[in-house]
Design a protein around this ligand. Structure first.
Ligand SMILES: Cc1ncc(COP(=O)(O)O)c(C=O)c1O
Length: 366
């Protein structure tokens, strides 16, 4: 049987007793928001990533917004990022009143082309959001060097790359601050929405903690303009029991990726490039076709396999972002990528025989 593109229910079957016990523990504790489960999970995530502190928030989108604000970015500032990301990377910048400024991506790994950053810097630039897309890190050393020279903050968007490494450091431990999403499909997925800001800078952590809590430091007294964005106790308890398993799940994802590589080596598809400076965790296994992508997808679907496209439209060409003033042709690599790529199913509970069936269906359709 061909597997669904993604499904959490096999994981739930495996963890059901532990999850229900965790939910019951929270419900009987008398504390539903900002309690011991959240504190314990923040401590464990900070230790996992290798940073001083972590602040649980309501989503990965909020995490970006709050991390930028905590790093001192505000209305009227410019923030450099890429157009081939999930919309939330950019909407978080916009919600802050800052202006997203795009640079193109590299043709081989589809990550930010760091060589284009300097040309995009203006006197208003305050930060770079480096999106570690698909499970692999942006080349951070040259990016950090540019940021240092120009006095820019660096936010790592780790929504798709929890556990990935850049030169032996975990992603999220390298920039000014980093953000995670616990949306259910993510490498560490909750059973609802959730996100986190982490930082090695205690001042950034403290500010993020206040910003997620109406700008308060003590109850009913606002020190600054804030917001409400908190990871609830139920999600924190579930994420805590999943966190110790994530490295095993990443190994399984990498095994699945290897199986795809072997099975699709001579298929004519371009397979994901792994950079030797880091460790890919395969949130997504993204392939590129040289032909008509949508016709290929239709043939694959006719065989019973539903693939996905991350992402079909680069953000600068979306109606909702026309106000940024970009035109078609300005980011040719991101535009071509959006036309040619699609993603194969990859999640730890897929079986080898299912991967083999995916490979067979894709090869037959090509
Ligand atoms: C790269 C990236 N950034 C940010 C987000 C936002 O995370 P969330 O859906 O938890 O708000 C996502 C997830 O959709 C993402 O893939």
């Amino acid at each position: 049987m061909l597997p669904p593109f993604w499904d959490y229910r096999r994981e739930y079957d495996e963890l059901r007793d532990e999850i229900l016990a965790a939910v019951d523990r929270v419900f009987t504790s008398g504390k539903l928001i900002l309690g011991p489960e959240g504190i314990a999970f923040e401590r464990d995530m900070a230790a996992y990533v290798g940073v001083k502190g972590a602040v649980g928030v309501n989503s990965g989108t909020d995490a970006i917004y709050i991390a930028l604000a905590a790093a001192g970015v505000g209305a009227g500032d410019e923030v450099i990022t890429v157009p081939n990301t999930a919309v939330p990377t950019v909407s978080a910048i916009q919600v802050l009143g800052a202006r997203p400024v795009f640079v193109d991506i590299r043709d081989d790994d589809f990550l930010m082309d760091v060589g284009q950053i300097e040309a995009a810097i203006t006197p208003r630039t305050r930060a770079i959001v480096a999106v570690h897309l698909y499970g692999q890190c942006v080349d951070l050393d040259p990016l950090l060097e540019i940021a240092r020279r120009h006095g820019l903050k660096v936010i790592e968007d780790c929504a798709q790359s929890q556990g990935a490494r850049y030169r032996n450091r975990r992603c999220g431990s390298i920039g000014t601050a980093a953000t995670f999403s616990f949306y259910p499909t993510k490498l560490l997925g909750g059973y609802g929405d959730g996100g986190m800001v982490v930082s090695g800078d205690e001042a950034v952590v403290d500010l993020a903690r206040s910003l997620r809590f109406y700008g308060m430091e003590q109850t009913y007294y606002a020190e600054r303009h804030g917001y409400n964005s908190r990871l609830d106790e139920v999600q924190a308890a579930i994420l805590s029991l999943k966190l110790p398993r994530i490295d095993g799940w990443i190994n399984r994802r990498r095994d699945i990726a290897d199986r795809y590589r072997r099975g699709l080596a001579d298929s004519g598809l371009r397979l994901p490039k792994e950079n030797d400076y880091g460790r890919h965790v395969y949130h997504l296994f993204v392939v590129e076709t040289s032909g008509d992508r949508d016709a290929t997808l239709a043939r694959i679907e006719a065989r019973g396999l539903k693939c996905s496209v991350q992402y079909r439209w680069p953000i600068h060409l979306m109606r909702g972002y026309q106000d940024l003033g970009y035109r078609e042709g300005q980011f040719p690599v991101a535009e071509r990528n959006a036309r040619q790529i699609f993603s194969l199913p990859v999640y730890p509970h897929l079986r080898d025989d299912e991967i083999d069936e995916v490979i067979e269906a894709v090869r037959a359709a090509i």
